[in-house]
Design a protein around this ligand. Structure first.
Ligand code: ADP
Length: 161
């Protein structure tokens, strides 16, 4: 049984993240979306909000579950017995950072393999931060996030009234 951990901040989950989780779930027996509670980022949503939004977004995927975590990713991977780390690669910008992270995680936890999925064409330029910026300026984000996420953004005072 191969368990994959897809870690990230998911602030909030976007259609790009959901695409990666969906594709991972077709390959691995179980995919855990691990939501890191305290990344070095200015967060818009609390850990509970991020978990709830992600859970709703993948409720239709029986092999995908969502769990929050607070320790280092390789330790959380051990806790849940994951053998694989899943990451998404967008065309520009992600490679160097993901490569660095994969090498570091390989050193910290030999045997834990990083598997990168190439972002689908329609989500190549989608990041949670850019989506939030677009929403805050009143741009249309309906193709970028599930409906309940757009509603949650509106509740934070972000997005079209
Ligand atoms: P973001 O980069 O959107 O702030 P995270 O830090 O939560 O999101 O990223 C978690 C993982 O998801 C990373 O591997 C990141 O490269 C990947 N990812 C983020 N957005 C996309 C996307 N649009 N398509 C594919 N993978 C993505």
């Amino acid at each position: 049984m191969i368990i994959a951990l897809y870690p990230g901040s998911f602030d909030p989950i976007t259609n790009g993240h959901i695409d990666i989780a969906t594709r991972a779930s077709k390959i691995f027996d179980k995919t855990v979306i691990g939501i890191f509670a305290t990344p070095e980022k200015n967060l818009m949503f609390s850990i509970d909000e991020r978990v709830a939004m992600a859970q709703k977004a993948v409720a239709h995927l029986p092999k995908v579950v969502v769990k929050p975590y607070t320790n280092i990713t390789v330790e959380f991977a051990k806790d849940i017995k994951a053998q694989v780390l899943v990451r998404g690669l967008r065309m520009i910008g992600d490679f160097e950072w993901e490569f660095e992270m994969a090498m570091m995680n390989q050193m910290l936890s030999p045997g834990l393999e990083t598997v990168c999925f190439m972002a689908s064409q329609e989500y190549q330029f989608l990041s949670a931060s850019l989506m939030k910026e677009v929403a805050s300026l009143g741009g249309n984000i309906t193709k970028l996030v599930p409906k309940h996420v757009a509603v949650a953004l509106k509740k934070k005072g972000i997005g079209k009234k």
